[in-house]
Design a protein around this ligand. Structure first.
Ligand SMILES: CC(C)(COP(=O)(O)OP(=O)(O)OC[C@H]1O[C@@H](n2cnc3c(N)ncnc32)[C@H](O)[C@@H]1OP(=O)(O)O)[C@@H](O)C(=O)NCCC(=O)NCCS
Length: 155
C-alpha cells in the first residue's frame, strides 16, 4: 500500500485513529449519494469500513487510502484501489471526499497520483473509474485526470 505525496496531499493507509474523521463524511448523504456503499448511520458502520480496509491491506497489500491535506493535517477523503483484475492487468479507482473540501482540485490531484502509481509501480495496462451519469463532478474528475470515456453501461 503506497504512501505518496502530491504537492498538497499526503496519501496513506487508513488507521484506527481516523474513525471520527471518516464518519464525518461517511455519514454525509451528499457524499454517499452516488456511492456503491450505504451512508454510515453510526460510527459502528465506519468501524466496519475500517476493518474491511485493514483486511484488504493484509490480504491484498492494497486497498482504500486516506487522503490528508498537508497544510491543515485534516483527513479529507478516500481514494481507493477497488477491483483489481490481474489477468486483464487492470485496476479500478474510486474516490470520496468530505463536502467542505470539494471544488479545490483535491480529488483530481489524488486520482492523478493514484493513476501514475498504478501504471508506474503496480504495472497495470489499464486504469478504470466509473460513475453514474448524473454525477457530473466525478465525471469531470475523470476527464481532468486524463481518463478517456469508453462507454455507458445500461442497467
Ligand atoms: C466527485 C468528488 C470526489 C469531486 O471532488 P473535488 O475535490 O471537488 O474534485 P475536483 O475539485 O478535483 O474537481 C471537481 C470538478 O467537477 C466540477 N463540478 C462539480 N460539480 C459539478 C456539476 N454539478 N456539474 C458539472 N461539473 C461539476 C468542478 O467545477 C470541478 O471541475 P473544474 O475544475 O473544471 O471546475 C466529490 O464531489 C465527492 O466526493 N462526491 C461524492 C462522492 C462521489 O460521488 N464520488 C465518486 C463516486 S464515482
Amino acid at each position: 500500500m503506497p504512501e505518496l505525496d502530491t504537492p498538497r496531499l499526503h496519501l496513506r493507509k487508513f488507521a484506527q485513529t481516523d474513525l471520527l474523521a471518516v464518519y464525518a463524511w461517511g455519514s454525509d448523504p451528499e457524499v454517499a449519494r452516488y456511492a456503491l456503499w450505504d451512508r454510515h448511520e453510526a460510527p459502528v458502520d465506519t468501524q466496519a469500513f475500517l476493518d474491511s480496509c485493514f483486511r484488504e491491506y493484509a490480504e491484498r497489500g492494497i486497498g482504500p487510502g486516506a487522503v490528508v491535506r498537508m497544510d491543515t493535517g485534516e483527513l479529507i477523503g478516500n481514494r481507493s484501489y477497488g477491483r483489481i483484475v490481474p489477468e486483464e492487468s487492470r485496476i479500478e479507482l474510486a474516490y470520496y471526499f468530505a463536502r467542505q473540501h470539494w471544488g479545490h482540485g483535491f480529488a483530481t490531484e489524488a486520482v492523478r497520483a493514484a493513476i501514475d502509481y498504478a501504471f508506474g509501480v503496480i504495472g497495470v495496462r489499464r486504469v478504470e473509474a466509473r460513475c453514474v451519469v448524473e454525477n457530473k463532478a466525478s465525471e469531470r474528475v475523470m476527464q481532468k485526470s486524463g481518463l478517456e470515456y469508453r462507454g455507458t453501461l445500461r442497467c
